[in-house]
Design a protein. Structure first.
Length: 134
């Protein structure tokens, strides 16, 4: 099956709508590392880090040609009934939050911007949760 327009494998890339900062965010779960290597090479002409020694990651890819930044939340194996997997998702969303708000020019400051950070984290957790727990 052609799931993402770049090859014949099972990996699914799901776009997450960001109505706050219009960041380009994608979710990739339950994927094999070699699938990621092929996907990033074919779709973005980019060499994905050849290091599969982690459970998940926030991966930021910048395109110098158009200035776009693409955020990927990657979790190699996600089970919606696992508290550990939910913790991994939360951890990676935290990285996403810091990256998106930094790019938007909102520097973390507990007195002035903490609410923006915590609100965005909750907003993204809800988005991902709804997709992963249908």
């Amino acid at each position: 099956t052609k799931t993402n327009g770049v090859g014949n494998w099972r990996m699914k890339r799901i776009r997450i709508q960001d109505g706050m900062y219009n960041a380009e965010i994608y979710q990739i779960v339950n994927v094999k590392h070699d699938e990621l290597l092929k996907f990033f090479q074919k779709k973005y002409k980019h060499i994905f880090p050849d290091d599969a020694d982690f459970d998940g990651m926030h991966y930021l890819l910048s395109n110098p040609k158009n200035g776009m930044k693409y955020h990927f939340i990657i979790i190699y194996s996600y089970n919606k009934d696992s508290k550990d997997d939910f913790s991994i998702l939360d951890h990676e969303i935290t990285h996403l939050m810091f990256s998106v708000l930094d790019i938007a020019g909102i520097k973390y400051d507990s007195e002035h911007s903490e609410e923006a950070y915590t609100y965005y984290h909750s907003y993204m957790m809800t988005k991902f949760y709804k997709i992963l727990h249908k």
